[in-house]
Design a binder for this molecule. Structure first.
Ligand SMILES: [Fe+2]
Length: 432
Protein backbone atom coordinates (compact mmCIF):
# COMPACT_ATOMS: atom_id res chain seq x y z
CA UNK A 1 0.00 0.00 0.00
CA UNK A 2 2.84 2.35 0.96
CA UNK A 3 4.54 1.59 -2.35
CA UNK A 4 1.36 2.30 -4.31
CA UNK A 5 0.86 5.72 -2.71
CA UNK A 6 4.57 6.52 -3.13
CA UNK A 7 4.30 5.65 -6.82
CA UNK A 8 1.21 7.87 -7.02
CA UNK A 9 2.95 10.84 -5.48
CA UNK A 10 5.92 10.42 -7.88
CA UNK A 11 3.38 10.26 -10.71
CA UNK A 12 1.67 13.48 -9.66
CA UNK A 13 4.95 15.32 -9.12
CA UNK A 14 6.37 14.22 -12.50
CA UNK A 15 3.10 15.06 -14.22
CA UNK A 16 2.97 18.61 -12.82
CA UNK A 17 6.63 19.26 -13.56
CA UNK A 18 6.33 17.91 -17.09
CA UNK A 19 3.22 19.96 -17.97
CA UNK A 20 4.92 23.08 -16.55
CA UNK A 21 8.09 22.38 -18.58
CA UNK A 22 6.11 22.08 -21.80
CA UNK A 23 4.55 25.49 -21.15
CA UNK A 24 7.90 27.04 -20.23
CA UNK A 25 9.40 25.96 -23.56
CA UNK A 26 6.80 27.94 -25.51
CA UNK A 27 6.29 30.83 -23.08
CA UNK A 28 8.35 33.36 -25.03
CA UNK A 29 7.01 32.45 -28.49
CA UNK A 30 5.01 34.94 -30.54
CA UNK A 31 1.57 33.79 -31.64
CA UNK A 32 2.74 33.48 -35.26
CA UNK A 33 5.53 31.08 -34.24
CA UNK A 34 3.02 28.46 -33.09
CA UNK A 35 1.54 27.69 -36.48
CA UNK A 36 4.41 27.53 -38.94
CA UNK A 37 5.91 24.28 -40.23
CA UNK A 38 9.33 24.99 -41.78
CA UNK A 39 9.99 21.45 -43.08
CA UNK A 40 8.01 18.24 -43.57
CA UNK A 41 9.98 16.49 -40.82
CA UNK A 42 9.20 19.07 -38.12
CA UNK A 43 5.89 20.00 -36.49
CA UNK A 44 4.53 23.41 -35.50
CA UNK A 45 4.68 24.14 -31.73
CA UNK A 46 0.85 24.31 -31.68
CA UNK A 47 0.66 20.71 -32.83
CA UNK A 48 3.06 19.44 -30.11
CA UNK A 49 1.05 21.26 -27.40
CA UNK A 50 -2.18 19.73 -28.62
CA UNK A 51 -0.78 16.27 -29.35
CA UNK A 52 0.70 15.70 -25.86
CA UNK A 53 -2.70 16.65 -24.41
CA UNK A 54 -4.52 14.36 -26.84
CA UNK A 55 -2.26 11.48 -25.76
CA UNK A 56 -3.58 12.04 -22.21
CA UNK A 57 -7.05 11.48 -23.64
CA UNK A 58 -5.80 8.29 -25.31
CA UNK A 59 -4.63 7.01 -21.91
CA UNK A 60 -7.92 8.03 -20.28
CA UNK A 61 -9.82 6.23 -23.03
CA UNK A 62 -7.91 3.03 -22.11
CA UNK A 63 -8.60 3.37 -18.40
CA UNK A 64 -12.07 4.96 -18.08
CA UNK A 65 -15.18 3.16 -19.28
CA UNK A 66 -16.97 4.88 -22.18
CA UNK A 67 -14.51 7.78 -22.21
CA UNK A 68 -15.53 10.41 -24.75
CA UNK A 69 -12.83 12.41 -26.50
CA UNK A 70 -13.15 16.19 -26.21
CA UNK A 71 -13.60 16.84 -29.92
CA UNK A 72 -13.58 14.83 -33.12
CA UNK A 73 -11.92 17.72 -34.94
CA UNK A 74 -9.10 17.95 -32.37
CA UNK A 75 -8.56 14.20 -32.39
CA UNK A 76 -8.22 14.12 -36.18
CA UNK A 77 -5.64 16.92 -36.23
CA UNK A 78 -3.69 15.77 -33.16
CA UNK A 79 -3.48 12.04 -33.90
CA UNK A 80 0.13 11.41 -35.00
CA UNK A 81 0.05 7.84 -36.26
CA UNK A 82 -2.43 5.75 -34.22
CA UNK A 83 -4.78 4.03 -36.66
CA UNK A 84 -6.71 2.56 -33.69
CA UNK A 85 -8.01 6.13 -33.13
CA UNK A 86 -8.97 6.94 -36.72
CA UNK A 87 -7.17 8.25 -39.78
CA UNK A 88 -4.19 10.45 -38.70
CA UNK A 89 -3.74 13.92 -40.20
CA UNK A 90 -0.88 14.17 -42.78
CA UNK A 91 2.33 14.92 -40.90
CA UNK A 92 3.70 17.24 -43.56
CA UNK A 93 0.49 19.31 -43.58
CA UNK A 94 0.33 20.09 -39.87
CA UNK A 95 1.41 23.66 -40.60
CA UNK A 96 -1.49 24.23 -43.01
CA UNK A 97 -4.22 23.97 -40.37
CA UNK A 98 -5.42 27.22 -38.85
CA UNK A 99 -8.01 25.35 -36.77
CA UNK A 100 -7.99 24.50 -33.95
CA UNK A 101 -6.54 27.92 -33.15
CA UNK A 102 -3.65 28.35 -30.76
CA UNK A 103 -6.00 29.81 -28.12
CA UNK A 104 -8.23 26.75 -28.40
CA UNK A 105 -5.22 24.46 -28.11
CA UNK A 106 -4.06 26.23 -24.94
CA UNK A 107 -7.55 25.91 -23.48
CA UNK A 108 -7.51 22.21 -24.35
CA UNK A 109 -4.02 21.83 -22.84
CA UNK A 110 -5.18 23.26 -19.48
CA UNK A 111 -8.42 21.29 -19.55
CA UNK A 112 -6.51 18.01 -19.91
CA UNK A 113 -3.99 19.03 -17.23
CA UNK A 114 -6.85 19.60 -14.79
CA UNK A 115 -8.65 16.42 -15.76
CA UNK A 116 -5.58 14.23 -15.24
CA UNK A 117 -4.49 16.05 -12.05
CA UNK A 118 -7.92 15.35 -10.65
CA UNK A 119 -7.59 11.63 -11.47
CA UNK A 120 -4.07 11.36 -10.05
CA UNK A 121 -5.07 13.15 -6.86
CA UNK A 122 -8.39 11.51 -6.14
CA UNK A 123 -8.65 8.06 -7.69
CA UNK A 124 -7.28 4.69 -6.72
CA UNK A 125 -5.11 3.63 -9.63
CA UNK A 126 -4.08 0.08 -10.27
CA UNK A 127 -0.54 -0.74 -11.39
CA UNK A 128 -1.45 -0.91 -15.07
CA UNK A 129 -3.17 2.49 -15.05
CA UNK A 130 -0.22 4.07 -13.27
CA UNK A 131 2.13 2.67 -15.91
CA UNK A 132 -0.02 4.19 -18.66
CA UNK A 133 0.12 7.62 -17.03
CA UNK A 134 3.90 7.26 -16.59
CA UNK A 135 4.01 6.45 -20.29
CA UNK A 136 2.03 9.62 -21.08
CA UNK A 137 4.53 11.71 -19.05
CA UNK A 138 7.47 10.11 -20.83
CA UNK A 139 5.72 10.66 -24.15
CA UNK A 140 5.41 14.35 -23.32
CA UNK A 141 9.14 14.42 -22.51
CA UNK A 142 9.84 12.96 -25.95
CA UNK A 143 7.79 15.73 -27.53
CA UNK A 144 9.58 18.40 -25.48
CA UNK A 145 12.78 17.22 -27.11
CA UNK A 146 11.21 17.13 -30.59
CA UNK A 147 9.88 20.63 -29.92
CA UNK A 148 13.44 21.78 -29.15
CA UNK A 149 14.68 20.34 -32.49
CA UNK A 150 11.78 22.11 -34.18
CA UNK A 151 12.37 25.43 -32.42
CA UNK A 152 15.96 25.34 -33.64
CA UNK A 153 14.77 24.76 -37.19
CA UNK A 154 12.04 27.40 -36.92
CA UNK A 155 13.84 30.15 -35.02
CA UNK A 156 17.49 29.28 -34.21
CA UNK A 157 18.89 32.18 -32.14
CA UNK A 158 15.65 34.17 -32.44
CA UNK A 159 14.26 31.73 -29.88
CA UNK A 160 14.49 33.30 -26.41
CA UNK A 161 14.69 30.55 -23.79
CA UNK A 162 13.27 31.35 -20.34
CA UNK A 163 16.46 29.97 -18.78
CA UNK A 164 19.87 30.04 -20.40
CA UNK A 165 22.97 28.94 -18.53
CA UNK A 166 26.59 29.51 -19.54
CA UNK A 167 28.56 26.73 -21.22
CA UNK A 168 30.66 24.67 -18.81
CA UNK A 169 34.37 25.49 -18.62
CA UNK A 170 36.19 23.64 -21.38
CA UNK A 171 38.72 21.03 -20.37
CA UNK A 172 40.56 19.88 -23.46
CA UNK A 173 40.84 16.15 -23.86
CA UNK A 174 42.21 13.70 -26.38
CA UNK A 175 39.96 10.80 -27.23
CA UNK A 176 41.33 7.37 -26.46
CA UNK A 177 40.08 3.93 -27.32
CA UNK A 178 38.95 1.94 -24.29
CA UNK A 179 39.33 -1.82 -24.28
CA UNK A 180 36.37 -3.77 -22.94
CA UNK A 181 36.41 -7.49 -22.25
CA UNK A 182 33.74 -9.53 -23.98
CA UNK A 183 31.67 -12.38 -22.59
CA UNK A 184 28.03 -12.64 -21.63
CA UNK A 185 26.33 -9.33 -20.88
CA UNK A 186 22.76 -8.95 -19.64
CA UNK A 187 21.24 -5.99 -21.46
CA UNK A 188 17.98 -4.16 -20.75
CA UNK A 189 16.47 -2.06 -17.96
CA UNK A 190 17.44 -3.38 -14.50
CA UNK A 191 15.46 -0.93 -12.30
CA UNK A 192 11.99 -0.79 -10.75
CA UNK A 193 10.74 2.54 -12.14
CA UNK A 194 9.02 3.22 -15.46
CA UNK A 195 10.74 2.11 -18.64
CA UNK A 196 9.43 1.49 -22.14
CA UNK A 197 8.41 -1.95 -23.35
CA UNK A 198 11.35 -1.95 -25.82
CA UNK A 199 13.89 -1.84 -22.94
CA UNK A 200 12.64 -5.22 -21.69
CA UNK A 201 13.06 -8.05 -21.04
CA UNK A 202 16.61 -8.16 -19.75
CA UNK A 203 18.40 -10.83 -21.75
CA UNK A 204 21.85 -12.25 -22.33
CA UNK A 205 24.01 -11.26 -25.29
CA UNK A 206 27.46 -12.52 -26.13
CA UNK A 207 30.08 -9.88 -26.93
CA UNK A 208 33.58 -10.35 -28.27
CA UNK A 209 36.33 -8.17 -26.82
CA UNK A 210 36.06 -4.68 -28.30
CA UNK A 211 37.28 -1.13 -28.08
CA UNK A 212 35.14 1.99 -27.87
CA UNK A 213 36.02 5.70 -27.98
CA UNK A 214 36.23 7.55 -24.67
CA UNK A 215 34.41 10.57 -26.22
CA UNK A 216 31.92 11.19 -29.00
CA UNK A 217 33.48 12.12 -32.35
CA UNK A 218 34.17 15.87 -32.38
CA UNK A 219 33.61 18.50 -35.05
CA UNK A 220 37.38 18.65 -35.48
CA UNK A 221 37.57 14.92 -36.22
CA UNK A 222 34.54 15.00 -38.50
CA UNK A 223 35.82 18.06 -40.37
CA UNK A 224 38.89 16.04 -41.41
CA UNK A 225 36.58 13.55 -43.10
CA UNK A 226 34.72 16.39 -44.85
CA UNK A 227 37.94 18.11 -45.95
CA UNK A 228 39.38 14.80 -47.11
CA UNK A 229 36.60 14.59 -49.70
CA UNK A 230 34.53 12.13 -47.67
CA UNK A 231 31.28 13.34 -49.27
CA UNK A 232 32.73 13.00 -52.79
CA UNK A 233 33.80 9.38 -52.67
CA UNK A 234 31.24 6.58 -52.98
CA UNK A 235 33.60 4.07 -51.40
CA UNK A 236 32.75 5.23 -47.85
CA UNK A 237 28.98 5.17 -48.30
CA UNK A 238 26.15 2.69 -48.02
CA UNK A 239 24.34 2.56 -51.35
CA UNK A 240 21.21 4.30 -50.00
CA UNK A 241 23.38 6.85 -48.22
CA UNK A 242 25.27 7.66 -51.42
CA UNK A 243 21.96 8.16 -53.27
CA UNK A 244 20.73 10.38 -50.45
CA UNK A 245 23.75 12.70 -50.40
CA UNK A 246 23.65 12.96 -54.22
CA UNK A 247 19.95 13.78 -54.30
CA UNK A 248 20.02 16.21 -51.38
CA UNK A 249 23.46 17.62 -52.27
CA UNK A 250 24.70 17.09 -48.73
CA UNK A 251 28.39 17.96 -48.27
CA UNK A 252 28.55 18.32 -44.47
CA UNK A 253 26.32 17.84 -41.38
CA UNK A 254 22.96 19.64 -41.31
CA UNK A 255 23.22 23.38 -40.50
CA UNK A 256 26.90 23.52 -41.62
CA UNK A 257 27.71 26.09 -44.27
CA UNK A 258 31.10 27.07 -45.71
CA UNK A 259 31.49 30.84 -45.83
CA UNK A 260 34.78 32.42 -47.02
CA UNK A 261 36.61 29.16 -46.47
CA UNK A 262 35.28 28.81 -42.93
CA UNK A 263 32.77 26.19 -41.73
CA UNK A 264 29.90 27.93 -39.93
CA UNK A 265 26.74 26.69 -38.24
CA UNK A 266 23.49 28.31 -37.25
CA UNK A 267 21.71 27.17 -34.09
CA UNK A 268 20.41 28.45 -30.75
CA UNK A 269 23.74 30.22 -30.17
CA UNK A 270 23.48 32.04 -33.49
CA UNK A 271 25.51 32.00 -36.69
CA UNK A 272 29.04 31.16 -35.66
CA UNK A 273 32.19 29.24 -36.43
CA UNK A 274 32.01 25.53 -35.77
CA UNK A 275 33.54 24.77 -32.37
CA UNK A 276 36.11 22.03 -33.08
CA UNK A 277 35.82 20.57 -29.56
CA UNK A 278 32.04 20.04 -29.52
CA UNK A 279 30.71 16.59 -30.38
CA UNK A 280 29.63 16.52 -34.03
CA UNK A 281 25.85 16.97 -34.17
CA UNK A 282 23.14 16.65 -36.86
CA UNK A 283 24.60 13.71 -38.71
CA UNK A 284 22.46 10.92 -40.15
CA UNK A 285 23.23 7.22 -39.71
CA UNK A 286 24.58 7.24 -43.26
CA UNK A 287 27.10 9.97 -42.41
CA UNK A 288 28.13 8.29 -39.13
CA UNK A 289 28.69 5.00 -40.96
CA UNK A 290 30.64 6.70 -43.78
CA UNK A 291 32.92 8.44 -41.28
CA UNK A 292 33.62 5.12 -39.55
CA UNK A 293 34.54 3.47 -42.84
CA UNK A 294 36.84 6.38 -43.72
CA UNK A 295 38.46 6.13 -40.25
CA UNK A 296 38.83 2.35 -40.54
CA UNK A 297 36.53 1.85 -37.58
CA UNK A 298 32.87 0.95 -37.07
CA UNK A 299 29.84 1.98 -35.04
CA UNK A 300 29.28 0.07 -31.79
CA UNK A 301 26.31 -2.27 -31.51
CA UNK A 302 23.77 -1.11 -28.93
CA UNK A 303 24.84 -3.94 -26.58
CA UNK A 304 28.47 -2.78 -26.82
CA UNK A 305 27.36 0.81 -26.17
CA UNK A 306 25.23 -0.19 -23.16
CA UNK A 307 27.95 -2.33 -21.58
CA UNK A 308 30.49 0.49 -21.98
CA UNK A 309 27.99 2.89 -20.39
CA UNK A 310 26.52 0.87 -17.52
CA UNK A 311 28.61 -2.15 -16.58
CA UNK A 312 30.82 -1.93 -13.50
CA UNK A 313 33.47 -4.57 -14.16
CA UNK A 314 35.02 -4.26 -10.71
CA UNK A 315 31.77 -4.75 -8.79
CA UNK A 316 30.20 -6.97 -11.45
CA UNK A 317 26.98 -4.94 -11.46
CA UNK A 318 25.03 -2.94 -14.00
CA UNK A 319 23.96 0.59 -13.06
CA UNK A 320 21.08 2.69 -14.42
CA UNK A 321 23.44 5.51 -15.49
CA UNK A 322 27.16 5.55 -16.36
CA UNK A 323 28.04 7.16 -13.01
CA UNK A 324 25.81 4.92 -10.85
CA UNK A 325 22.15 4.91 -9.88
CA UNK A 326 21.58 8.55 -8.85
CA UNK A 327 19.34 10.64 -11.10
CA UNK A 328 21.23 12.94 -13.48
CA UNK A 329 22.20 16.43 -12.34
CA UNK A 330 23.89 19.20 -14.36
CA UNK A 331 27.36 18.03 -13.23
CA UNK A 332 26.78 14.56 -14.66
CA UNK A 333 25.47 15.40 -18.09
CA UNK A 334 24.21 18.06 -20.48
CA UNK A 335 20.45 17.42 -20.62
CA UNK A 336 17.51 19.75 -21.25
CA UNK A 337 17.42 21.11 -17.69
CA UNK A 338 21.06 22.20 -18.04
CA UNK A 339 19.47 24.84 -20.32
CA UNK A 340 22.70 25.35 -22.24
CA UNK A 341 20.90 24.99 -25.59
CA UNK A 342 23.97 23.48 -27.22
CA UNK A 343 26.42 20.60 -26.98
CA UNK A 344 29.19 20.99 -24.44
CA UNK A 345 32.82 20.42 -25.40
CA UNK A 346 34.20 16.97 -24.84
CA UNK A 347 35.64 16.50 -21.36
CA UNK A 348 33.13 18.88 -19.75
CA UNK A 349 31.50 16.22 -17.53
CA UNK A 350 34.15 14.20 -15.65
CA UNK A 351 31.51 13.41 -12.97
CA UNK A 352 29.38 11.66 -15.57
CA UNK A 353 31.93 9.22 -16.93
CA UNK A 354 31.20 5.52 -17.00
CA UNK A 355 32.90 2.86 -14.91
CA UNK A 356 35.09 2.07 -17.94
CA UNK A 357 35.97 5.77 -18.40
CA UNK A 358 33.69 6.68 -21.33
CA UNK A 359 32.56 10.31 -21.18
CA UNK A 360 29.32 12.03 -22.16
CA UNK A 361 27.44 8.83 -22.90
CA UNK A 362 24.35 10.49 -21.39
CA UNK A 363 23.43 13.92 -22.76
CA UNK A 364 24.96 16.18 -25.44
CA UNK A 365 24.21 14.05 -28.52
CA UNK A 366 22.28 10.86 -29.21
CA UNK A 367 24.73 8.26 -30.46
CA UNK A 368 24.00 6.12 -33.49
CA UNK A 369 24.62 2.41 -33.06
CA UNK A 370 24.84 -0.18 -35.82
CA UNK A 371 21.84 -2.08 -34.41
CA UNK A 372 18.57 -2.40 -36.32
CA UNK A 373 15.65 -1.34 -34.16
CA UNK A 374 13.52 -4.31 -33.15
CA UNK A 375 12.00 -5.91 -30.06
CA UNK A 376 14.26 -7.78 -27.65
CA UNK A 377 13.82 -11.58 -27.49
CA UNK A 378 10.41 -12.37 -25.90
CA UNK A 379 9.30 -8.75 -26.40
CA UNK A 380 5.74 -7.99 -25.28
CA UNK A 381 4.06 -4.80 -26.40
CA UNK A 382 3.19 -2.32 -23.63
CA UNK A 383 1.04 -0.14 -25.88
CA UNK A 384 0.16 -1.17 -29.41
CA UNK A 385 1.40 1.17 -32.19
CA UNK A 386 3.59 3.25 -29.83
CA UNK A 387 6.96 1.55 -30.40
CA UNK A 388 6.26 -1.82 -31.92
CA UNK A 389 5.10 -0.73 -35.35
CA UNK A 390 8.52 0.85 -36.01
CA UNK A 391 10.43 -2.43 -35.90
CA UNK A 392 11.72 -2.02 -39.45
CA UNK A 393 14.11 0.26 -41.31
CA UNK A 394 15.28 2.25 -38.26
CA UNK A 395 18.52 2.24 -36.29
CA UNK A 396 18.92 2.49 -32.51
CA UNK A 397 20.46 5.58 -30.90
CA UNK A 398 21.51 5.70 -27.26
CA UNK A 399 22.24 8.20 -24.51
CA UNK A 400 20.02 11.29 -24.91
CA UNK A 401 20.98 14.80 -25.93
CA UNK A 402 21.03 18.38 -24.64
CA UNK A 403 17.33 18.43 -25.52
CA UNK A 404 16.35 15.36 -23.44
CA UNK A 405 14.47 15.98 -20.14
CA UNK A 406 16.43 14.33 -17.34
CA UNK A 407 13.57 12.20 -15.95
CA UNK A 408 13.20 10.48 -19.29
CA UNK A 409 16.72 9.16 -19.91
CA UNK A 410 18.66 6.15 -18.64
CA UNK A 411 21.40 3.81 -19.87
CA UNK A 412 18.92 1.29 -21.24
CA UNK A 413 16.83 3.86 -23.17
CA UNK A 414 16.48 3.04 -26.88
CA UNK A 415 15.73 5.82 -29.31
CA UNK A 416 15.23 5.07 -33.01
CA UNK A 417 15.20 7.02 -36.24
CA UNK A 418 15.33 6.39 -39.95
CA UNK A 419 18.84 6.24 -41.38
CA UNK A 420 18.56 9.53 -43.26
CA UNK A 421 17.20 11.69 -40.43
CA UNK A 422 19.46 14.37 -38.97
CA UNK A 423 17.46 17.28 -37.61
CA UNK A 424 17.71 15.59 -34.23
CA UNK A 425 20.75 16.16 -31.98
CA UNK A 426 22.59 13.10 -33.26
CA UNK A 427 26.27 12.18 -33.21
CA UNK A 428 28.25 9.00 -32.58
CA UNK A 429 31.40 7.42 -31.22
CA UNK A 430 33.44 4.71 -32.91
CA UNK A 431 34.24 1.16 -31.93
CA UNK A 432 36.84 -1.32 -33.12
FE1 LIG B 1 3.65 11.40 -29.95
Amino acid sequence: MATVSRQKSILLKQFNETRARTLSLVQTLEKDDFVVQTAPFMSPPKWHLGHVSWLLEVVMSKTINNYEFYSQEFSEYLNSYYHQFGEPHDKDKRGLATRPTIDQVFEYFHMMTNKVTNILQNEMLDEKTQQLFFMAINHECQHQELLVYDLQHLLADRYRPLTKNPLPTPSLQESTSIKINGGLYIMGYPGDQFCYDIELPEHKVYLDDYKIDSYPITNKQYMKFVEDGGYDDFKYWLSDGWDKIQNEKWNAPMYWEKIDGQWMTCDFLGKRKINPNDPVCHVSYYEAAAYCKWANKRLPTEAEWEKAACWNEKKQIKTIFPWGNESPDPLHANLLESYIWNCSEIGAYPNGKSHYGCHQMIGDVWEWTSTEFSGYPKFKTGFSEYNDKWFANQKVLRGGSFGTPSISIRGSYRNFFRLDERWLFSGFRCAE
